[in-house]
Design a binder for this molecule. Structure first.
Ligand SMILES: Nc1ncnc2c1ncn2[C@@H]1O[C@H](COP(=O)(O)OP(=O)(O)O)[C@@H](O)[C@H]1O
Ligand SMILES: [Mg+2]
Length: 569
């Protein structure tokens, strides 16, 4: 004897009803039929029905007693509440599954999903898939009738599922009507093991979807850098599951803007956004115009405001707003942006009523916003709001293993753009690769893209030879040497205030930082207090403002000039 076979199933209030006369023995009644199989002996049948169908339940139990006297039929009267409510049905069946105390070690457990409402069938499937019901699925069907719909061979779905109406459980469809006259009332059975490879393929499809998405984010470039691939993997999950702001950091040319637009496109392909991508470089938003450009303005809000302007935030409604170089945004704009993010509403310039816009924010920055917060240039509360998901794009120099695939990608791009096939000579490629893995690439993909573009243009007959590579290498070296300025990281406004003064690095660094503090301070005194915080604690009569004024004067600068630089951006 094999192991005991336990079937868990629902009483079919339509399919199992075959009338009370002798003709019922000619009909296919799924619950009776599954106990009539020659190759499947049911030891125990756990048969679930709603209390209202107790009569049919007993009747079916008795009929099973006739065809299979050894089968132990146990009836379970379960009140589903609303049989079309997933939560109610799942909850009730889940509880039943627990109370049955099934033992997959000792018993062969089958879950019959042919009867019951669609809701109940789906719930049973889920309970099997999640192993709450530790068994295999059992599908039954009427015997093959020549010409009957759905008579398609032994495996898979053999007939259209009955269309139930709310509250009435399943109704017979044409196939089962036809089957009612079938010669063999025992019908057929199919056992489905969700843990088998066939169903793994379903799981693999999800994996393929994921791979397609990450490859899309990488623009189809086969990257090998582990750190970069891990970043993209996580970004893919966030992009498809969350609408929270995303912050992309990394050096210039590392691909922040491009990634932002890929995220938007991916979300659009998956029908997660309908609206546009609005791409704004905050460094181009300066002074009074910045507020109006971002948040819009009413007619006549200020001199020159002839018409009304919707503003970039409202243009991004339903879509994605990419604020590149968000660190360049003024403090007032930052405050308004925070409100727009938290409440989805804000006040256009000159308006007396707030407007709404639902957009996803992607922010880009190549500076450390933490530094900007400490210098008083960036609002801490805004940073807290946008750095929930921060992705730090590595520089090209940090991804030497990806140089090869990226060179290939650029070559293809150049070939497509110029309409002629462009390739390296073997030696030339080797020469360039050696150079590339050791080069600093300070402007990252911009430098690499530029280099390939120049070589592609100069290459005789589309072949990049060693001479072309040598020439390009020295051009890059020259350019990069020019870029090697003192390692200052300061704002565009500070840059402009320093202008082209001839300064030693020693002085330039100090002046730049003093100016940053000035730019972020409301008054000269406040700037002085911040700059001389340590020494003022040791003095009785602080004269910070005076010290600062004198310092600025050494560079022909004064408070008014600084203030003007700040408001003109
Ligand atoms: N992963 C990448 N591979 C190849 N080229 C890239 C990649 N990311 C960006 N680029 C290209 O490099 C240039 C700069 O990218 P961009 O996204 O504007 O950088 P960022 O916004 O970080 O300064 C663009 O021409 C872009 O198409
Ligand atoms: Mg950019």
């Amino acid at each position: 004897m094999g192991r005991p076979v336990v079937v868990v199933g629902l009483l079919g209030t339509v399919l199992d009803r075959g009338g009370r006369g002798p003709a019922r023995w000619e009909r296919w009644r799924p619950t009776v039929a599954l106990c009539q199989q020659t190759d499947l002996r049911v030891t125990r049948l756990e048969l679930v029905h709603e209390p209202a169908w107790a009569g049919l339940g007993r009747y079916i139990k008795d009929d099973i007693g006739v065809v299979s006297p050894d089968t132990d039929v146990r009836l379970h009267a379960i009140e589903f509440g609303d049989p079309w409510d997933f939560e109610a049905v799942y909850g009730a069946l889940h509880e039943l599954a627990r109370s049955l105390a099934l033992d997959p070690e000792r018993e062969d457990i089958l879950v019959h999903i042919t009867t019951g409402t669609h809701v109940a069938q789906i719930c049973l499937y889920l309970l099997v898939e999640s192993r709450v019901l530790p068994g295999r699925l059992l599908q039954t069907g009427p015997a093959k009738v020549p010409g009957a719909a759905g008579a398609q061979g032994a495996r898979g779905h053999r007939r259209g599922r009955p269309q139930g109406a709310p509250g009435t459980a399943e109704a017979p469809d044409e196939a089962s009507e036809a089957a009612g006259r079938a010669p063999d009332p025992a019908g057929r059975t199919v056992i489905i093991d969700l843990s088998l490879a066939r169903y793994d393929r379903l799981a693999r499809r999800f994996e393929d979807e994921r791979r397609a998405a990450t490859s899309f984010l990488k623009a189809g470039i086969e990257t090998r850098s582990e750190a970069y691939n891990a970043l993209i993997d996580q970004l893919e999950r966030v992009a498809l599951r969350s609408e929270a702001p995303i912050l992309l950091t990394g050096p210039t040319g590392a691909g922040k803007s491009r990634l932002a637009s890929r995220i938007w496109e991916l979300r659009r392909q998956r029908h997660l956004v309908k609206g546009p991508l609005v791409d704004v470089n905050c460094a181009t938003l300066r002074g009074d115009g910045a507020m109006a450009a971002l948040f819009g303005h009413t007619r006549g809000a200020f001199t020159g405001a002839v018409g009304e302007r919707r503003g970039l935030l409202r243009e991004a409604d339903g879509g994605v707003l990419f604020l590149d170089e968000i660190g360049e945004l003024g403090l007032d704009e930052q405050a308004m942006l925070l409100r727009a993010l938290e409440d989805k509403r804000f006040l256009p310039v000159g308006a007396d009523r707030e407007v709404q816009s639902h957009f996803q924010l992607i922010a880009g920055t190549n500076r450390d916003l933490g530094d900007a917060v400490r210098a008083g240039r960036f609002r801490d509360d805004l940073l807290a709001r946008i750095d929930l998901w921060t992705f730090e794009l590595p520089s090209l120099a940090e991804r030497p293993e990806d140089l090869g695939p990226n060179v290939d990608h650029e070559l293809e791009r150049q070939s497509r753009a110029s309409g002629r096939r462009i390739a390296f000579n073997k030696e030339a490629r080797a020469r360039f690769d050696r150079f590339a893995v050791a080069a600093p690439w300070p402007r990252n993909f911009r430098d690499l893209g530029g280099a390939i573009e120049r070589m592609a243009t100069l290459a005789p007959a589309g072949r990049i030879d060693e001479a072309t590579v040598e020439e390009e290498m020295s051009r890059l070296d020259r350019t990069w040497r020019r870029l090697e300025q003192p390692a200052t990281r300061h704002s565009a406004a500070a840059d402009r205030l320093i202008g082209d003064r001839e300064l030693d690095r020693f002085e330039r660094v100090q002046l730049a930082d003093v100016l940053e503090v000035c730019l972020a301070s409301p008054t000269l005194s406040e700037a002085g207090r911040r700059l001389f915080a340590v020494s003022r604690a040791h003095r009785s009569t602080p004269n910070d403002a005076d010290r600062l004024r004198k310092y600025l004067l050494r560079f022909d600068l004064d408070w008014d000039v600084v203030r003007a630089a700040r408001s003109n951006g």
